[in-house]
Each structure stands twice: as C-alpha cells, then as structure tokens.
Design a protein around this ligand. Sequence first.
Ligand code: A3P
Length: 300
Amino acid sequence: MEELDLHLMSNSRPELFDFEGISMIHYFTDNWKNIQNFQARPDDILIATYPKAGTTWVSFIMDLLYFGNIEPERQTTLPIYMRVPFIEGAFPGLPPGAEQADKLPTTPRLIKTHLPVQLVPKSFWEQNCRVVYVARNAKDNAVSYFHFDRMNMAQPDPGDWNNFFNLFMNGKTVFGPWYDHVSGYWERKMTYSNIHYMFFEDIVEDTGREVDRLCTFLGLSTSAEERERIAKSVHFDAMKKNKMTNYSTVPVMDFKISPFMRKGKVGDWKNHFTVAQNETFDEHYKQKMKNTTLQFRTEI
Ligand code: A3P
C-alpha cells in the first residue's frame, strides 16, 4: 500500500474556500474533472453521507454483506478506506479516489462520497445506481465533526468548540451546510427511488433491524445467522479494536488528540452544548429545516 505523503500534509492545514457554493478544501476538488466524469456502472453502490454520520460503520456492514464470506483474507489485509474508496479524495501519495473506484476489482463496487447531492457525478443517477445515504442528528454530527477536525491534520483547524459551533451553523465546514446535505438527499429520494435513507440513531438503537432493512433494499437474501454475525462484527467495540476499521493506519490522524472511533453514541452533544448554545442552535435549526419533512432524534 502506498503511504500518504506526511511532509505535504502535516505542516499546514488546508484552507477552506467556496467551491460551487459549498465550503471545500483542495483535497476534494483537485481531481474534480475526473470525479465529474466518473463512469458509474449500474451495479455500483454509492454510500453517501455528511462527514461523521456513520460512513465507516455502514461501509463495513456493506463490505461484510457482500464480501465477508467469499474473501475472508480481505478482513485482515485491506483497510476499509481501500475497500470502499472515497471518490472525491485526492491526497498526496495515494491514487486519487476516482481512480481507485474505477479500478475496484469487486462486484458490486462500493464507493463512498461526502458530496452534496447536486455535486454527485451524473453517471450514478444515469445508471440508476443504488445510493445508501446515512444521516445523523445535527448536534451529535457537529460534535463528532469538531473532534475529527481537531485530530485530522488534513482538515481545517476547527478552533475551540464555540468557534466550530458557529462554523457548523453557518455551513463553513468541509462539504458545506449539514442542513442542505441531509435535506438534499431526502428530497432527491422523492423522485429517485433507488435511495435508501438510513439514520445513525436507528443503527445504534437496533443494528440487526437496520441490517435487515438494508438487505431488503439491496435485494440480498442473507441468512439470519449471517446477519447476526455481521451485527456483532460491526459493534463499536469490535470496530474500535479492528485495525482495518479504526483508521489507526492513517498517519495524518492524531489519535492522541482524539481517536477516530471516539464514542459512537447518541446524545454526546449534551456534554458539549451549553444551555445558551442549545437554545441558539434550536432556533436556527427550526428556520433551516422549516421546509423539509425530515425528522431526527437527538436522543434514543
Ligand atoms: P463519534 O465521533 O461520535 O464517536 P464517519 O465514519 O462518517 O466518519 O463517522 C464516524 C462516527 O461514527 C464517529 O462518531 C464514530 O465513533 C461513529 N461510529 C463508527 N462506527 C461505529 C459503530 N460501530 N458504532 C457506533 N458508532 C460508530
């Protein structure tokens, strides 16, 4: 496996800039032409999320559903980010995500994106690909993103919690406003039926049930025994210990600041939001989400 180029990445954090109306960093726009021209195949499956909504969790579930039995060596040799390439990623020292996705030898190809719905390469829609979208309530999503930006030198510096709290509400986080992201895919689902919309909170509440629903969407007839085994393998504690899923192999992440598999809980926002912040956030949220039927749970 090629190594990320530490020298290029660890010295300075990337700057945020406006790209097609979305706050972005160059790691996700450098390869833009190839991303937009990506040729999807009808059986490709796109795993789309706002960052920190449970991408890795659902990626691992899907990898196990499709390849857990037929390629057992994969489980000890291939980190999840190699199995499920990040299509817009263009990190120094690694092949660009679009190229990795293009060369995936598997069928189906599982491909990850954080792009808002309007920036997803057209061919995924044209080929009527399945899209699995995972959404997480805004408060926990914000907290998780804050800790991620603290520890990941390839992300902009989040400043302190209060600073990041404001950035999040104003959509000045990488991949733009959470509000538009989650509601964009939700609205798309009304006209494009091949989207399965999942909630992080539901997976925490009952992983087995969510794996069942996912199998129904994917048209997989996995045995109950197998699904139970998968639910166990993707438990937070198991994934935190598993080097193939815990991102410990990525040098730009400083686990001394915060681990990738941090808490995996619903409601951790209560340990971060002050009473005043919570009031401000709720008021702003009501405005931002007033035109959507999408509902989240901030506790279970
Ligand atoms: P926290 O920071 O709240 O712990 P992504 O993969 O989209 O980057 O999301 C990462 C978030 O999902 C982190 O949230 C991580 O702990 C959580 N997560 C990943 N796997 C999980 C699992 N098996 N169970 C619960 N949470 C999980």
